[in-house]
Write a protein that binds this ligand. Structure first.
Ligand code: PEP
Ligand code: MG
Length: 551
């Protein structure tokens, strides 16, 4: 049994598949003796035929977009130019087969990148085909996500956001990583896909290839080769609590329950799950794999996909929150020593104001074309000037309702002044905890500090709630705290007016809110805020909510 941190709830059981590591660059100094070059060159020809065959058989089984992608890769794999240039390198210079494919693909990739635009995006396809051919030549596993139609538990040291996003609709049933924290984007995407996940499971990379794993995302455990009875149990309880579409307290006080989404597919799932609107649309998730900034037209299309799923209802869109654990190549070019404290979120507009203005224009155009009630907010605001500048730009672009996220202690402390500028705020409790406790949210070792139950975080939330009440303006929560059924009544008691979460949590949070009146929520909030530790805050709140009296 391995122990880590459960970051996405539920249990799943399936055989393990390891994320294969990136291929190392083949040795440039190796020289193949002349007599062996013909055989070495033919390895490239064989490998490209084998790869094209594998892709052909996968194409037959695939549908829609996946089919088109596989078909394009198959054509690249058997591209006569790629193969003949690589074999020529072996024959003339004595490069190894793998090295020759590496160099030839590199030259093609540079050519495409130089052309820019759509052609530049093909560079990733070239790298994919390069890796497939080299893996075939060397007879090693293909790097990246396993290609499997059978259910599997994915085990990795860590996952890049793009890897995790590519899991949608696949056969992966759970995630286990050695690194990563509870609010890393791996964890967030796992929750939105409804995949149980455990991070910080030290030793997971060493699990035997033939093992069966039972992942428990609530308890943070990974059982290797569990007994049959445990497997049967786990299969029985993969159930989501349904939501009837109305968030309210026991006394009928309305608390709209909204969804966090990253794109159109997510939004459709959220609408089907009964979400009353979208409380956080993470727009950067639409462009994680982009090398160049998306055009205004491309952005309008991506945003309309989300707005269309919530016709007539509220959709809170967040402008690009690039940087830190989700760098976007077109927005964050420099390496920084402390990226979480660096030029991320709204701060990118200091360097690239046009990127923000284009996005605001695209959002105004998308809003005009759809009937959803669009509200736009900025991430990582720390000062009143930043909020003022953002609001002015958003209004100039034609956005009516403008807000900010409260993710820094500075913004929480300045909430009253910020409410003079914006129409609403939304608490990003993931970052608020990270910055209040000064603990990197990606480090599983510090997971206990990245906890919204920490009294310092609760007290800051309470200050924001108080300022919202005084200004008579809405205070949302869109961090992962919003999806915790035990915490949601406390947040409402602290003055939070809407709660946004991954759509799979809606039913459980709705059920928890229906058990408490506003008076009880306020009492629970007071008890939790008065506690000295996160542990005591949890106990104090549940003593009020479950037992009806303070601990
Ligand atoms: C947050 O910080 O709580 C938040 C909702 O934003 P993200 O998780 O995308 O940083
Ligand atoms: Mg954040």
């Amino acid at each position: 049994m391995l122990r880590g941190r459960g970051v996405s709830p539920g249990r799943a059981v399936a055989p393990v598949r390891h994320l294969a590591p990136a291929l190392p660059e083949p040795d440039p100094t190796e020289v193949i003796p002349t007599a062996e070059r013909a055989a070495e060159a033919s390895a490239i020809e064989w490998a490209s035929v084998a790869v094209a065959d594998q892709l052909r058989s996968r194409t037959v089984q695939a549908t829609g977009e996946t089919r088109a992608i596989l078909d394009a890769s198959r054509l690249l794999a058997s591209d006569p130019e790629l193969v003949s240039e690589a074999t020529a390198l072996v024959r003339s210079k004595g490069r190894s087969a793998a090295r020759a494919v590496w160099e030839t693909a590199g030259a093609h990739e540079r050519g495409l990148t130089a052309l820019g635009g759509r052609m530049a995006e093909r560079a990733a396809d070239i790298r994919d085909v390069r890796d497939r051919i080299i893996a075939e030549i060397l007879q090693v596993d293909l790097p990246g996500l396993p290609e499997s139609d059978e259910p599997f538990v994915l085990v990795a040291t860590d996952l890049a956001p793009a890897d995790t996003a590519a899991l949608e609709g696949g056969a992966c049933v759970a995630l286990v990583t050695e690194q990563g924290g509870p609010t890393s984007h791996t964890a967030i995407i796992a929750r939105s896909l409804g995949l149980p996940a455990v991070v910080g499971a030290i030793g997971a990379s060493g699990i035997d290839d033939a093992a069966m794993l039972l992942v428990d995302g609530d308890r943070g455990t990974v059982e290797v080769d569990p007994p049959e009875s445990r497997i049967a149990e786990a299969r029985a309880d993969a159930v989501v609590v349904p939501f009837d579409g109305v968030g309210e307290l026991a006394d009928g006080h309305r608390v709209p329950l909204l969804a966090n989404v990253g794109g159109a597919a997510d939004a459709e799932t959220a609408a089907a799950a009964g979400a009353e609107g979208v409380g956080l649309f993470r727009t950067e998730f639409c462009f994680l794999d982009r090398v160049d900034a998306p055009t205004v037209d491309e952005q309008v299309a991506a945003y309309r996909g989300v707005l269309a799923a919530f016709a007539g209802r509220k959709v809170v869109v967040r402008t690009l929150d690039a940087g830190s654990d989700k760098p976007l190549p077109f927005a964050n070019s420099d390496a920084e020593d402390n990226p979480a404290l660096g030029v991320r979120g709204l701060r990118i507009a200091r360097r690239s104001p046009q990127l923000l203005d284009d996005q605001l224009r695209a959002l105004a155009l998308a809003a005009a074309a759809e009937s959803a009630q669009v509200e736009v907010m900025a991430p990582m605001v720390a000062t009143v000037e930043e909020a003022g500048d953002f609001a002015a730009r958003a209004h100039a672009a034609g956005i009516d309702r403008v807000g900010i996220m409260i993710e820094t202690p500075s913004a929480a402390l300045l909430a009253a002044e910020l409410f003079e500028i914006v129409d609403f705020v939304s608490l990003g409790t993931n970052d608020l905890a990270q910055y209040t406790l000064a603990a990197d949210r990606l480090l599983s070792e510090l997971g206990d500090l990245n906890d919204p139950w920490q009294p310092a975080v609760l007290r800051l939330i309470g200050m924001v709630g108080e300022a919202g009440r005084a200004a008579r303006k809405p205070v949302g929560v869109c961090g992962e705290a919003g999806g915790d059924p035990a915490l949601a009544p406390v947040l409402v008691g602290l003055g939070v007016t809407t709660v946004s979460m991954t759509s799979r949590s809606l039913g459980r949070v709705a059920a928890a809110l229906r058990t408490a009146s506003m008076e009880e929520c306020v009492a629970a909030a007071r008890a939790a805020c008065g506690a000295a530790t996160a542990h005591e805050a949890r106990d104090a709140a549940s003593a009020v909510l479950l037992d009806g009296h303070p601990a």
